[in-house]
Design a binder for this molecule. Structure first.
Ligand code: 13P
Length: 238
């Protein structure tokens, strides 16, 4: 199981220090925290979490004011990086070309991209989930050779489930996760890890864990609350 906490912009410095302090005895493989860029160094130096980034520059150049490059992340010991999150698609207008560029930079620096895909509510209502998710995946992965694709992790995050408390039924998740796995295996002959993300919390984790085809979770809000996050991690270790 790969459990990834995406702490977004939730925490300020004092709450990050408290989070690190309250988790100082935590030690378990396969648990990643993606803090704000500002706190990557704090997590790398003071916690046992594997550290990921929420974003990366699409350029590797050394003159990109205000950006953070994959090379810089790698030099901080960052192991994973989220790409294609719906919040960046929506608020930063990021698109397929940028995702491809970012993933290329990350792979060059041996950082594992966690590529997020997911449908909007309207797509779901129109029965277009698989069309949308399939297109998002193929548009990006078709720019890579198999050797690179095998280093990518996919996160299925229905946009309407992010931060809303709404979660698809287990049957719906199984259907989409299996579709994603079959699509990638048919097109590229590769089996990739697929995470689920969207309102994962302490109340629904044991139900979600009944889905054997999920390889882990991408967790937003609940990853900022120590007790809840550690409870989810312990449920996933059973
Ligand atoms: P929530 O867990 O807060 O719904 O956020 C999910 C998410 O966007 C993780 O990347």
């Amino acid at each position: 199981m790969l459990i990834v906490g995406n702490q977004k912009t939730y925490l300020n410095k004092n709450s990050v220090l408290a989070f690190i302090n309250q988790t100082k005895d935590f030690k378990q493989d396969g648990v990643v925290i993606c803090p704000s860029y500002l706190y990557i160094d704090l997590f790398c130096n003071n916690s046992n979490f594997v550290v990921g980034s929420q974003n990366v520059s699409e350029n590797e150049s050394s003159s990109m004011t205000g950006e953070i490059t994959a090379g810089q992340l790698s030099s901080m010991n960052v192991k994973y990086c989220i790409v294609g999150h719906s919040e960046r698609r929506e608020y930063q207008r990021e698109d397929t070309t940028m995702f491809v560029n970012k993933i290329k930079c990350l792979i060059k620096c041996n950082i594992i991209p966690i590529f997020c895909v997911g449908e909007q509510k309207i797509d779901k209502e129109n029965n277009l989930t698989k069309d949308i998710v399939g297109k998002q995946i193929l548009e990006v992965l078709s720019n890579f050779a198999g050797n690179d694709i095998k280093n990518i992790v996919i996160a299925y995050e229905p946009v309407w489930a992010i931060g809303t408390g709404l979660v698809p039924t287990n049957e719906e998740i199984i259907d989409v996760v299996n579709y994603i796995k079959d699509l990638i295996s048919d097109k590229f002959g590769i089996n990739l890890l697929v995470l689920y993300g969207g309102s994962v919390n302490k109340k629904n984790i044991s139900l979600l864990n009944q889905i054997s085809s999920i390889d882990g979770y991408l967790i937003g809000g609940a990853s900022t609350k120590v007790d809840e996050f550690l409870y989810i991690v312990s449920e996933c270790s059973k």
